[in-house]
Write a protein that binds this ligand. Structure first.
Ligand SMILES: Cc1ncc(COP(=O)(O)O)c(C=O)c1O
Length: 299
């Protein structure tokens, strides 16, 4: 199958998720299901609920049909199996920390990480007995030398926030896997469209849905996406314990924007490339840079 056919297939699945249609009411939109308490036919049914099953409704905080629909579409976009929603991208980052690390553990963070993630790491290091070390994002396979017996989590961000270095993700994840260390990428810059982290050995993808997925500048939300169910359940347990949830109204705004995400992403790409090419002609921007040192790909 060609790349364009693959993309079309994905785009169609984002617009129209067959398994999420209400039988007899096959609208493209998802209904907004708001809830706090949900009721059960009897006590035995309530007691038989399994918190590990994402589609068993227990309490509006944990999931509603609207939030589950959004989570499933996000997992589809990234090629994952599971997704959890948090009320901001930063709370998704926080969910990863609290789901995976405890006192005595060690975390590696790229030096160009989104700065509130860095602040979060510094806070854990200062107040929660966790060691946090920063690495050169261009370290590649050299990350192996930094992994200690107590290293539990390696963050990645490619491109990294603001300075935009693109890390060698497969080299870093291969070294992490060899030592049983979980990797999490902040994949916000790619929206899950420009880079597919699970194809490159990453364990957890974090998205700030506040950006491309929302598209309207009117919703804050984040997601953690995984292929592995056990990892998903670790994050889910932490999320429940922290009392984190999202509103179905906000989910419905994002569900409405998702079908146009790829079009917006491509236009953003074209506009940014045009701007970069124009900047390249400006002597005041690139003075001091050796000719040819900056190369732009694309047409
Ligand atoms: C790369 C990246 N990750 C995470 C976030 C956090 O998202 P939120 O603003 O929803 O907390 C942002 C927001 O600027 C971001 O740029």
């Amino acid at each position: 199958m060609t790349q364009s056919k693959l993309q079309r297939g994905l785009q169609t699945r984002i617009v129209r998720a067959e398994d999420q249609l209400t039988p007899g009411f096959e609208s493209f939109s998802m209904p907004v299901t708001r809830a706090s308490t949900v009721v059960f036919p009897d006590l035995a049914t309530m007691r038989a609920l399994d918190w590990k099953n994402d589609a068993q409704w227990r309490y509006g905080l944990h999931a509603t049909p609207t939030s589950l629909a959004l989570a499933q579409r996000l997992a589809t976009i990234e090629g994952g199996n599971h997704a959890l929603l948090q009320p901001s991208g930063l709370s998704s980052i926080s969910n990863v920390y609290f789901g995976l690390v405890k006192a005595g553990d060690d975390v590696l963070i790229p030096d160009n990480v989104y700065s509130p993630n860095r602040d979060h790491g510094d806070w854990l290091a200062r107040d929660f007995g966790i060691t946090v070390r920063y690495y050169d994002p261009m370290i590649g396979a050299g990350i192996a030398d930094l992994i200690q017996p107590n290293t539990r989590l390696i963050w990645l961000e490619a491109p990294g926030s603001v300075t935009m270095e693109v890390a060698d993700v497969p080299a870093i994840t291969a070294a992490a896997r060899a030592r049983n260390v979980v990797t999490a990428i902040d994949n916000t810059w790619s929206a899950g469209l420009g880079f597919r982290p699970f194809d490159h050995g990453v364990d957890i993808s974090v998205q700030a849905l506040t950006k491309y997925q929302s598209g309207g500048g009117d919703v804050l939300m984040g997601a953690t996406i995984t292929v592995d169910r056990e990892l998903h359940l670790k994050l889910k347990a932490a999320r429940m314990r922290m009392g984190i949830g999202v509103s179905s109204d906000d989910c419905s705004l994002i569900l409405r924007s998702l079908p146009t995400m790829q079009l917006r992403f491509e236009q953003h790409d074209r506009a940014a490339l045009g701007l970069a090419k124009w900047l390249k002609t400006r002597p005041e921007i690139f003075s001091g840079v050796a000719p040819g040192a900056i190369r732009l790909s694309g047409p």
